[in-house]
Design a protein around this ligand. Structure first.
Ligand SMILES: Nc1nc2c(c(=O)[nH]1)N[C@H]1C(S)=C(S)[C@@H](COP(=O)(O)O)O[C@H]1N2
Ligand SMILES: [Mo]
Length: 401
């Protein structure tokens, strides 16, 4: 077994592989994972708010930015993660697999880290393509898995701290620092002939640079080809992401159509009314009545949790005006109900900060025209700084809490 794994290790040995390379890749990956984790927690907090949650509403595109960073850093992690796995691959073949309790714990944490990270980034990527080929609820799984990734990552960093510290800066004498595995020493020695020496350090350094450059270019290309789904200025380079800015009815992509949501007939019913209730009193508005109220117009983005976003011009009634007309304070929590008969989108809670915000609208128009059915006709919510999933379409009622 020992021979076999050594032979395998030798087969995959490369002078490019070194602790220093792994540390450099680890740093890039660490940045991506940190950005991804922080923005993911923010997104989760907005959707499942703990009691202490803060809801920033300015800049109005704050969620567009954080979710764009989330998706983009997650995508960038994929080539980096693969490169880092490649850089340590022979280590994983070392025999015996477990040498002590500490060693077993360390290897266990690496196994957990590798497995959870791979599942996390791959399911995340698949999710941006609106494909859910698994039986578990994506958001909860993604959330809990992020803690597993972070727990095992911290253990991994703690265990490797001496190595990381030792290779944080470029080695002044790369000859010793370059070579990591015993198999590598043997291969390089063998290739140098009897009594061989390691190849000149400079070769190793240049090929490492070349490898890092290749990883950098690949990561950059993947980022450049997808980030345009979230960042307008990169939109022309959006080759891989599933949704493109400026496409769809009224120039805005549609996430779920009226037909998918089975709301067509309800939403197109000419007798439609928006019902508003407060402390046992209620009042309803026809579409004509809503249109006759003072209208406000704002540029606000829809920023989907799945990564795409699109800024548009929305026009409609300020939600705070409707709340005040019921005799309630503008700083009121709301329960918003959609006509959509069932499912996760039927109910949406709106914390008081958004209700009070002058840019939060019951929108009737989009980009200068009456809302298309797929965008939420006859009326939908649009609020600054919220995930798209909370921008409820096809309104039925507002309950002031
Ligand atoms: N009732 C209802 N509202 C909804 C949805 C839905 O499926 N049903 N989709 C949400 C999601 S996930 C997003 S990203 C936005 C997208 O709005 P759009 O389809 O008008 O672009 O609407 C949100 N509002
Ligand atoms: Mo969404």
């Amino acid at each position: 077994m020992n021979r076999l794994t050594d032979a395998l290790a030798a087969k995959f040995a490369s002078p490019v592989r070194s602790t220093r390379l792994t540390v450099v890749l680890g740093r890039w990956l660490g940045i991506c994972f940190t950005v991804c984790f922080a923005t993911g927690l923010f997104s989760h907090g907005l959707q499942n708010p703990p009691s202490w949650m803060l809801f920033p509403t300015r800049p109005v595109g704050i969620y567009q930015l954080t979710q764009g960073l989330h998706i983009t850093s997650g995508i960038a992690s994929i080539p980096l993660l693969l490169a880092k796995l490649w850089s340590v691959y022979p280590e994983l073949l070392k025999w015996p697999p477990v040498r002590s309790v500490i060693h077993a714990l360390e290897r266990g944490s690496i196994a957990l880290l590798v497995a959870s990270s791979l599942v996390q980034v791959v399911t995340g990527l698949i999710n941006t393509y609106k494909w859910y080929p698994w039986p578990f609820p994506f958001r909860e799984t993604h959330y809990w898995l992020s803690w597993v990734v972070w727990g095992s990552l911290l253990l991994h960093i703690a265990a490797k701290l001496p190595l990381i510290a030792g290779h944080w800066r470029r080695a002044r004498r790369p000859r010793e620092a370059e070579v990591t595995t015993a198999a590598q020493v043997r291969t390089t020695a063998a290739s140098a002939g009897p009594g061989g020496r390691q190849p000149p350090a400079v070769t190793g350094r240049w090929s490492r640079r070349g490898f890092l450059a290749a990883v950098g270019v690949t990561t950059g290309a993947v980022v450049l080809g997808t980030a345009g789904q979230s960042f307008a200025w990169l939109s022309p380079a959006n080759f891989f992401a599933p949704r493109k800015m400026g496409t769809g009815p009224q120039g805005v992509p549609v996430n779920r159509t009226a037909a998918d949501a089975k709301v067509g007939p309800l939403a197109q019913n000419p007798g439609w009314k928006l019902n508003i209730s407060y402390r046992g009193q209620s009042r309803s508005y026809t579409l004509g009545e809503l249109g006759a109220l003072p209208q406000a117009e704002h540029e606000l983005p829809i920023a989907c949790v799945e990564g795409w976003s699109q800024t548009a011009r929305w026009r409609g009634v300020r939600i705070r005006d409707l709340v005040q007309a019921m005799g309630a304070a503008p700083e009121s929590d709301l329960l918003v109900t959609s006509l959509e008969p069932e499912g996760a989108y039927r109910f949406m809670s709106m914390p008081a900060v958004y209700t009070a915000d002058e840019q939060t609208l019951v929108a009737l128009e989009l980009n200068g025209g009456v809302l298309e059915l797929d965008h939420g006709y006859p009326a939908r919510i649009i609020a600054p700084g919220r995930p798209g999933v909370l921008q409820t379409k096809w309104l039925q009622s507002l309950e002031i809490l």
